[in-house]
Design a protein around this ligand. Structure first.
Ligand code: GLU
Length: 310
C-alpha cells in the first residue's frame, strides 16, 4: 500500500487538517505501507514556503511520520508540485494530441454571468469556447467531457455516480495565467507516485469523478478512494477561524500536548471509547475504517479544550 497526505501550504495546519492527515497515516501504518508527503503548492499566489516548514513540524509534533517527502526524498520525487510542472505539461500535451482539450477565453465575469447552475448550485461550464478558433492570447485549457454517468466505489461512502457533463461541464486543467489545475496535478502525481490508496476529506468527494475521468483519458491506473467526514463546529460549518483558533501552533502555545490531540481524534474516529491521551503510534492497531462515522464530526470547542488539558 502506498498512501499520501497532500497539504496545500496556504495557511497554518489546524485540527481539521490534522484529522485527515492522521487517518491517512493510520490506514498506511496499519497496512505497513509507505506514507508519502506531497506538498501541493501549485498556486503561487496562495502558497508560502514558511507554511511548508510549518506543516512538516506540526505533523512530526503529532507523531505522524512519512517515508517519502520533500525533506527525506524518495524514488518518486520531487515531492513539491511546484517542481513537477513539466509533468503536468506533458499530460496536457498528451490530451491535446488526442484532441481532448481546447483553449477557453472566457473571463471570470463572463463565466459568472452566463453559466447555468446544476442541481447542487455549482456552476456548469456551458461550453462557450468549445468550437472556437484558437487565438494568440492567453487562454485557460479545458477538457472535453462526454455526457454519461461515471461511477466508482468509495471505500467509505459506497457507490457514487456523476454525470460530469451535466453537473460540471468541460472543466479547466490550466488557468489562463499558466497555473495547472488541482484536478490535473493530483491525478498526474498520484499516478506517478504510484499511490494505491487515497484517504482524504469528503469535501473532495465531488472532485473524484473528474479525477477518475482524467485517469481514463490519460490511460493511468486510479487508486482506491476513501473520503472521510470533515470536522465541523457546533454550527455544522467546517472548522474555521470562527470556531476559535484551532491551529496546531495555537494549541501548542496553549500547552496542549500532541497525545491529547491524537486521543481526541482517535475518540472521534471511533477508536477509543473515552477520550484519553495516547500517542499516534499506540493507536495504529486500533484503527478500523468501518468505525469512522460517515456524518460530519462535530467538535464542541469547550469540550475539546476541556478534554485536551492534562
Ligand atoms: N491539497 C488538497 C488540500 O489540501 C488535498 C488534495 C487531495 O488530498 O487530493 O485540500
Amino acid at each position: 500500500m502506498r498512501g499520501r497526505f497532500a497539504p496545500s501550504p496556504t495557511g497554518h495546519m489546524h485540527l481539521g487538517n490534522a484529522w485527515t492527515a492522521y487517518l491517512a497515516w493510520l490506514q498506511v501504518r496499519k497496512a505497513e505501507g509507505t506514507m508519502v508527503l506531497r506538498i501541493e503548492d501549485l498556486d503561487p499566489e496562495r502558497s508560502r514556503t514558511e507554511y511548508i516548514k510549518d506543516v512538516m513540524n506540526d505533523l512530526a509534533w503529532l507523531g505522524l511520520d512519512w517515508d517519502e517527502g520533500p525533506d527525506v526524498g524518495g524514488t518518486y520525487g520531487p515531492y513539491c508540485q511546484d517542481e513537477r510542472r513539466h509533468l503536468y505539461q506533458a499530460a496536457l500535451e498528451k490530451l491535446e494530441s488526442l484532441g481532448l482539450i481546447y483553449p477557453c477565453y472566457c473571463t471570470r465575469a463572463q463565466l459568472a454571468a452566463s453559466a447555468p447552475h446544476s442541481a447542487d448550485g455549482e456552476r456548469v461550464y456551458p461550453g462557450t469556447c468549445r468550437n472556437r478558433k484558437a487565438e494568440s492570447r492567453p487562454a485557460a485549457l479545458r477538457v472535453r467531457v462526454r455526457p454519461g454517468e461515471l461511477s466508482f466505489e468509495d471505500g467509505l461512502r459506497g457507490l457514487r455516480k456523476q454525470d460530469i457533463a451535466r453537473d460540471v461541464g468541460d472543466f479547466a486543467l490550466r488557468r489562463s495565467d499558466g497555473v495547472h489545475a488541482y484536478q490535473l496535478a493530483v491525478v498526474v502525481d498520484d499516478a506517478a507516485m504510484n499511490i494505491s490508496h487515497v484517504l482524504r476529506g469528503d469535501d473532495l468527494l465531488d472532485s473524484t469523478p473528474r479525477q477518475l475521468l482524467l485517469y481514463q483519458l490519460l490511460g493511468l491506473q486510479a487508486p482506491a478512494f476513501y473520503h472521510v467526514p470533515l470536522l465541523v463546529g457546533q454550527d455544522g460549518h467546517r472548522l474555521s477561524k470562527r470556531h476559535g483558533d484551532l491551529s496546531l501552533a495555537a494549541l501548542r502555545r496553549n500547552g496542549v500536548r500532541p497525545e491529547a490531540i491524537i486521543g481526541y481524534l482517535a475518540w472521534k474516529a471511533g477508536m477509543l471509547i473515552t477520550c484519553q491521551p495516547i500517542t499516534a503510534r499506540e493507536t495504529i492497531e486500533l484503527f478500523e475504517l468501518t468505525k469512522i462515522p460517515v456524518t460530519p464530526i462535530i467538535v464542541e470547542t469547550e469540550q475539546f479544550w476541556q478534554k485536551s488539558q492534562f
